[in-house]
Write a protein that binds this ligand. Sequence first.
Ligand code: FPP
Length: 231
Amino acid sequence: MKRIKLPAHIAVIMDGNGRWARRRFRPRAYGHRMGVQNMFKICGHAFNLGVRIVTVFALSAENLSRPKEEVDELFELFRSYFSKKRERMYELNVKICVLGDISVLPADIQDSIGEIERATAHLTSGLLNICVNYGARQELVRAVNKAVALGRVVDENSLESMVYTAGLPDPDLIIRTGGEIRLSNFLLYQAAYSELYFSGKMWPEFSKRDLEKAIENYSARDRRYGNVREE
Ligand code: FPP
């Protein structure tokens, strides 16, 4: 990879699993299974490149309205990787946090998530946030209610401390695969000054080189945060 300015925090909307599978005449669940494998590959590569934080959109609040069969299959994937195949998570050697309202998940999955979070809490070389039953509007409503319940003034400081990503730098780069050009209720508060990168590749086929290209593209951008550039 060329000499580049590395984003500290990358967020990823892993879209296109279903279409990728259907184009291969396979069930959508197969696309999700390959999607998880790619998640490990791409996150591992990002951490190896020196990215400190990766936040992935694994299940949106809206995804729960999909046919029960597909939701159950996604739950089964969580069950598998948060429990039986948790070694795969540990191999990343980073702290793992699950963001979102996980109270809707079966109790055993919630327990496994708690265990993984505890077991990796001491790891400081990187952080993987996995958003599950996450929605940005829901996150903001929750944050405002928390601030009000604590008697805090609702301002940027209190909101920043009440969102799921409290204390973390905002994503520098948000990547969405699958060809759609929108944020779909992902990190709307945190994305205020994020650079956005859209790839036409479906998530299971998004490669390490594609990640590097996204980072190179980010690196060439001029981030002004509403200010003017020094000439
Ligand atoms: C979007 O593809 C992807 C999802 C709804 C789920 C992504 C989830 C994973 C990759 C699994 C994460 C698992 C763990 C264990 C963290 P889509 O189904 O919307 O694709 P489409 O747009 O082609 O229909």
